[in-house]
Ligand binder design. Structure first.
Ligand SMILES: Cc1cc2nc3c(=O)[nH]c(=O)nc-3n(C[C@H](O)[C@H](O)[C@H](O)COP(=O)(O)OP(=O)(O)OC[C@H]3O[C@@H](n4cnc5c(N)ncnc54)[C@H](O)[C@@H]3O)c2cc1C
Length: 395
């Protein structure tokens, strides 16, 4: 029987960030178990947008820490992780102006660099974008776009370098408990038992059956998200990433010149089996997105969809993650990242290491109580203080 101080179930971005953060803090005996290949789950599909615009202070602070790590990756991680600081802007109509200003004020109180721009000022950054139906933008010059796969694999390489064992093609079939109910290890699908002082579930919506077998109800579902890659027919350059809360869509440029387009209308979420969902956009989605783009970019002469795909967000009822100890000793939960997990990943690793090693968060703004996995059973939810009409809790 193999032994480890810590077993991490799931070799996606969060599991690998946690593995590296623990190793950095001196935990030596760590095993990551990945059922497939590293970063082949939600991480592979991530739009990898970096913004600090949240209505929850702890999330904004976590993202700001992410910006710091991404921007200094060469120095901190010794490698380029694909972060391109092209800027990020969220644009709203009149009905959401007060919420935007309140969120900007909250961000500023945390030291986050953000400006309110008029539509005309935004046009300087995006000359072909139709902006007349926006009232204002919150612009983060330090935001932008990254590459979730690249940073996940960078964390994996660094973790391996510090002695972390990473085992791919090793699905975990069950969590193992001792006579006192404490989680003491895992059984793999190949029939191997690995004992552990702590087991961390970092396997997204796939965590649900493993926890349920121990009587723990993790309210996590897989929500399908469709993405289009669009050729605009124009030179777009390195324009800022835009969250368009008027049309309820988002878009980011690619270095290739294509535009990645995603949906921000979550009024009718499509919950799916994360192992069986349609991995390309529906015609109805494409038509709707094309209409929104034609409205937003009326001068584009010959746009076309190059390709499409779909991924799954692992969503909780409040669209925020669960990070912290489970009801059963020996088990730690880091799932339910709900479409935010790229930018949060560096802070997720740091917070997990803080909680497991020190029992408290090292950042006073990042209150671990916000992310406790028991909050739903207690009737509490981590909600935006300044929500946007029409945008649900994703913003
Ligand atoms: C379409 C899309 C767009 C997104 N855009 C953004 C964005 O712009 N900005 C942002 O911040 N976030 C974004 N996200 C969210 C972000 O990418 C995710 O939150 C993050 O990558 C999740 O990482 P994870 O490690 O929790 O999950 P995953 O990457 O899904 O990793 C979980 C791993 O666990 C493995 N696993 C499952 N079951 C088992 C088992 N029994 N045993 C062993 N291994 C197992 C899986 O194979 C998988 O590799 C987006 C997500 C999607 C899907």
């Amino acid at each position: 029987m193999e032994n480890a101080d810590v077993v991490i179930v799931g070799g996606g971005l969060e599991g690998l960030s946690i593995a590296w953060a623990l190793a950095e803090r001196g935990v030596r005996d760590i095993t990551v178990l990945e059922r497939d290949t590293l970063c082949s789950g939600g991480t592979a599909k991530s739009s990898s947008i970096v913004r600090c615009h949240y209505g929850v202070a702890s999330l904004a602070a976590m993202s700001w820490y992410g910006v710091e790590v991404f921007a200094n990756a060469q120095e901190l991680l010794g490698t380029d992780i694909g972060f391109r600081q092209v800027g990020y802007a969220v644009g709203v109509g009149a009905e959401n102006l007060a919420a935007l200003r309140a969120n900007v004020a909250m961000q500023r109180s945390l030291g986050i660099e953000v400006d309110e721009l008029t539509p005309a000022e935004m046009s300087v950054h995006w000359p072909t974008m139709f902006v007349d139906d926006f009232s204002a933008f919150a612009y983060e010059p330090q935001g932008g776009r990254g590459d979730a796969y690249m940073i996940g694999m960078a964390y994996a390489a660094l973790a391996r370098d510090r002695g972390v064992r990473i085992r791919q093609n090793t699905p975990v079939a069950a969590l193992v408990t001792g006579d006192d109910g404490r989680v003491i290890g895992v059984d793999t699908a190949a029939g191997e038992r690995i004992s552990a002082g702590t087991v961390i579930l970092a396997n997204g919506a796939w965590s649900v059956p493993l926890a349920a077998a121990l009587g723990i109800d993790l309210p996590v579902r897989a929500q399908r998200a469709q993405i289009l890659m669009v050729e605009s027919g124009e030179r777009l350059g390195d324009a800022p990433v835009i969250s368009d809360l008027v049309s309820l869509q988002y878009f980011r440029t690619e270095t290739s010149g294509e535009l990645l387009v995603g949906n921000s209308d979550h009024t009718n979420p499509e919950f799916v089996d994360p192992d069986r969902y349609r991995n390309r956009a529906d015609d109805s989605f494409t038509e709707k997105a094309a209409e929104k783009l034609a409205h937003r970019f009326p001068t584009w002469s010959d746009p076309g969809v190059v390709t499409s795909y779909a991924g799954c967000y692992d969503v909780t009822p409040d669209y925020n993650p669960m990070i912290g100890p489970a009801e059963l000793p020996g088990l730690f939960i880091a799932v339910g990242f709900s479409g935010h997990g790229f930018k949060l990943a560096p802070a997720v690793g740091r917070l997990t290491a803080d909680l497991l090693i020190d029992g408290k968060s090292s950042d006073p703004v990042i209150d671990p109580a916000d992310f406790r996995s028991t909050r739903f059973a207690e009737g509490w939810a981590l909600l935006s203080q300044n929500p946007y009409i029409g945008a649900g809790q994703m913003r």
